[in-house]
Design a binder for this molecule. Structure first.
Ligand SMILES: [Zn+2]
Length: 579
């Protein structure tokens, strides 16, 4: 781009114009006033925390990420609040956090996310407080951004993410671009290089939303990658007046719908496929998209997520900075969502109330998907505000592992030694206790959106190559009242049992010759029944992995249905009812 000059500070999101609009909302808009009061409470909590110091986490693979995230959170919260409603002690605190971080011996560039988040944090603080920092403070912070942040990204050992196709690409380019925009005048050549590089290679991360918006690494990493892309886009907009048309990338806007459906479950848990966390996440990024596209639906979704969950992630201030009044009324969002791509998903729910029935299922491919699990056909469902079928989520031990190849996804990868990521812990089928095959593509072949018959059908034959001729799984919510899960199977290898699995936090009681099961969570109960075939019966298995270093899945059991070999061609049909 060869930028010669940038507008005056503050130029990163909180421009004078933006601050003035927020001040007006604070005077005139009751919704904003209420939210701003809650925002204030969060800031007061931050003021009770100590100033961040450089701390490394992780037993084997060290990271400084928690420290970087804390500094980013504190600067975003306190800096945003203070810029709208002057609070001198918040300003003082932001400056103190920046000076402390600038003094760190380094920003741990060996794990570059740590460096990127810290660079973003100080870039925002430096820009927002440029007019009040002393010359000595400016020099110190700017030098740290350049020497501990930007320059380190040019070292060969730290730069694999530049052309990466996952969240690292989004987070690290964002950090470097924010740093470059903040300290532009101190080293225009380096700053231009950072900005040009991001413009050239950001597409490799953004192409992962195509075609329909499913983020292959799961909802948690969507939140991570996308919030930094939002941050970068917002800062490009405010500093350069252009943003490389990032929102026009195929699937990018649609991904906000994808994540809303996977994150706003009636149980306040998530559809936690891939390396995801189990809880719902509030989605402040939606407010920015609403503001950017003038589509109030996204502002409404952002408000819904905030009111529904009341949580305050470090990117929450984005929903304050880009606040738009939306007048909450009934949520105008469809009850079903499905998408194609390398990962395919389908979700359906009976309403947006927390008593709704929800079911979601995963299809597509396993091999080659970063942070992916061996989970073709795996489903999650909620009833009565509880989650009854759960994807156990990520395995922390993988992140700490020094064993080679745990991030590879081919059939023989050591990744599949871990229970939480292999198919035996997922809510799907296994034949003779074998793992699923990772190479094939398993498409969603039919979806019906009829409110009385919301169904999804998946062809899972590629996953069971060599184990079965054909397996077709269909899940459905019928008459808005009950769930049916049906597996049609043909040509199961002789001498192999067919096992249906479901991880649940419920207590399980088996009845009627193990054809029925009552599941209970506290006082709430649901009822499972095997409708066919006669040979199938329920059993209960442990959700414990083979090793003690893995997550022990405390509080979980496996509800299983088994058909003993030889398995004749047929259909295993299981129904879950509330009464
Ligand atoms: Zn999983």
């Amino acid at each position: 781009m060869n930028i010669k000059k940038l507008p005056e500070h503050p130029r990163l999101m909180l421009t004078k114009q933006r601050i003035n609009s927020l001040k007006t909302y604070l005077q005139n808009d009751q919704e904003f006033q209420k939210e701003f009061e809650k925002f204030h409470n969060q800031c007061e909590k931050i003021m009770k925390e100590p100033i961040s110091i450089r701390e490394l986490d992780g037993d084997k693979r060290k990271r400084m990420l928690r420290t970087s995230r804390d500094v980013l959170r504190k600067i975003m919260f306190l800096g945003t609040y203070d810029n709208v409603k002057s609070t001198p002690e918040y300003q003082e605190r932001v400056i103190a956090e920046m000076l402390s971080a600038a003094d760190f011996v380094d920003w741990h560039e060996q794990h570059f996310l740590d460096t990127a988040e810290m660079t973003a944090a100080l870039a925002l603080g430096y820009d927002w407080y440029y007019d009040v920092l002393t010359e000595a403070q400016k020099n110190k912070i700017s030098s740290a951004i350049i020497e501990k942040g930007l320059q380190k990204s040019n070292a060969k050992s730290n730069d694999w993410w530049i052309k990466g196709d996952n969240n690292w690409n989004q987070v690290c380019h964002c950090g470097m671009v924010l740093g470059a925009l903040a300290v532009f005048e101190d080293d225009p050549t380096l700053a231009n290089q950072m900005i040009d590089r991001a413009e050239k290679y950001i597409h490799t991360g953004l192409e992962s939303y195509a075609p329909d918006g499913i983020y292959k690494e799961g909802a948690t990493y969507w939140g991570y990658g996308t919030s930094f892309t939002v941050l970068m886009t917002a800062c490009l907009d405010s500093a350069l007046g252009q943003d490389w048309n990032i929102i026009d990338y195929e699937g990018f806007k649609e991904s906000f719908d994808f994540v809303f459906h996977t994150s706003m479950l009636p149980s306040k848990r998530a559809f936690s496929f891939a390396d995801s966390g189990g809880s719902s996440q509030s989605l402040p990024q939606l407010m920015w998209l609403g503001s950017k596209t003038a589509d109030k639906r996204y502002c409404q979704m952002s408000e819904y997520s905030q009111k529904y969950l009341g949580s305050y992630p470090r990117m929450y201030p984005i929903s304050i900075i880009y606040y738009e009044p939306c007048k909450m009324s009934e949520l105008n969002i469809p009850l079903t969502w499905h998408g194609k791509g390398e990962v395919e998903l389908s979700m359906a729910r009976t309403s947006w109330d927390n008593s709704a029935i929800f079911i979601g299922i995963k299809a597509g491919r396993t091999e080659g998907i970063s942070h992916g699990h061996m989970d073709i056909g795996s489903f999650v469902f909620d009833m009565q505000g509880e989650q009854w079928a759960t994807d156990l989520g990520s395995e922390k031990e993988i992140y700490d592992s020094t064993m080679g190849g745990v991030w590879a996804t081919h059939q023989e990868s050591t990744r599949w030694n871990f229970f939480r990521v292999n198919s035996l812990s997922h809510n799907t089928l296994s034949i003779g206790g074998a793992l699923q095959r990772v190479a094939g593509v398993n498409p969603i072949i039919e979806v019906t959106d009829d409110p009385n018959n919301m169904s999804t059908t998946i062809d899972m034959a590629p996953t069971y190559i060599g184990q079965a001729e054909s397996i077709i799984r269909k899940i459905a919510i019928i008459d808005k009242q009950y769930i049916v899960i049906e597996d049609k199977y043909k040509g199961i290898a002789t001498n192999q049992n067919l096992t249906w699995n479901m991880a649940t936090q419920a207590k399980i009681e088996l009845k009627d010759n193990n054809k029925k099961a009552t599941l209970s969570i506290g006082e709430k109960k649901i009822y499972a029944e095997i409708v066919s075939p006669v040979e199938a019966s329920f059993s209960i298995a442990s959700a414990k992995p083979k090793t003690s270093v893995e997550n022990q899945n405390k509080g979980y059991l496996m509800l299983q249905a088994e058909i003993q070999a030889p398995v004749k061609d047929g259909a295993l049909k299981i129904v879950f009812k509330e009464k």
